[in-house]
Design a protein around this ligand. Structure first.
Ligand SMILES: *Cc1c(COP(=O)(O)O)cnc(C)c1O
Length: 213
């Protein structure tokens, strides 16, 4: 059963990794307010070239793997971390947020398909991790994030998206939000049909990236 989705129920996060600050400036002018970046150093350089008006009105999401030692930089530069993949990282982010007097929204990245090469919580032990993370100060756990396998046909990931939605529904009473970040350029249509509230689109908006990833 596919329930029709209202456009306002899905947030577009424009993924600007490898693209210059101008990509953010142009997209902002067209109405985009949410941006995703994967690499702290890359974004830090770009940030210097982003006008203050955009910094004041846009929301920046970290969507790539974060090393714990970068927690301070991440809290300084980003409003959300969508890729929290361990209790240890959550603790470091919480500590940094307390030190900086900021509050940070986070999503817990879940390795729904159980891929050995992927970061993310194991769905089996997610509950326990949530118990620990929701107690940490200055963090708001807004929901879950999923990065499914690379596939030829997006239909192959429908099951992964369904499972992610089910996990969210099981946990949602304990979380601060009900967000489910899933869907990239290759599979966002299927992800939205299965309950995504946040899609992360790069190439569908900005065209092919020169560098891999
Ligand atoms: C690069 C990236 C995206 C965007 O991928 P596109 O194929 O350009 O839409 C989304 N999510 C994550 C975690 C990414 O690293």
């Amino acid at each position: 059963m596919n329930i029709p989705r209202l456009p306002s129920s899905v947030t577009l996060v424009a993924v600007t990794k490898t693209f210059p600050a101008d990509a953010i400036i142009e997209a902002f002018a067209l109405g985009v307010r949410y941006f995703g970046e994967n690499y702290v150093e890359e974004f830090e350089k770009k940030y210097a070239n982003i006008p203050q008006e955009i910094k004041d009105n846009a929301t920046f999401h970290m969507i790539g793997h974060v090393q714990s030692r970068k927690a301070g930089d991440v809290v300084r530069l980003f409003h959300w971390v969508d890729s929290v993949d361990s209790v240890k990282l959550a603790r470091k982010l919480s500590d940094a947020a307390v030190r900086q007097g900021r509050s940070l929204s986070i999503l817990l990245e879940v390795n729904v398909a159980g891929e050995a090469t992927k970061f993310g919580f194991d769905p089996q032990t997610l509950q326990q991790s949530v118990d620990e993370i929701i107690k940490l100060p200055n963090l708001r756990v807004e929901g879950l994030m999923v990065m499914p396998p690379q596939v030829e046909n997006p239909e192959e990931n429908r099951e992964v998206f369904k499972n992610a939605k089910q996990l969210l529904d099981e946990l949602s009473s304990r979380l601060a939000g009900r967000h489910l970040s899933m869907g990239t350029s290759q599979d966002y249509r299927v992800a939205i049909e299965e309950g995504s509230t946040m899609v992360r689109l790069g190439e569908a908006i900005f065209g092919p990236r020169q560098l891999p990833k």
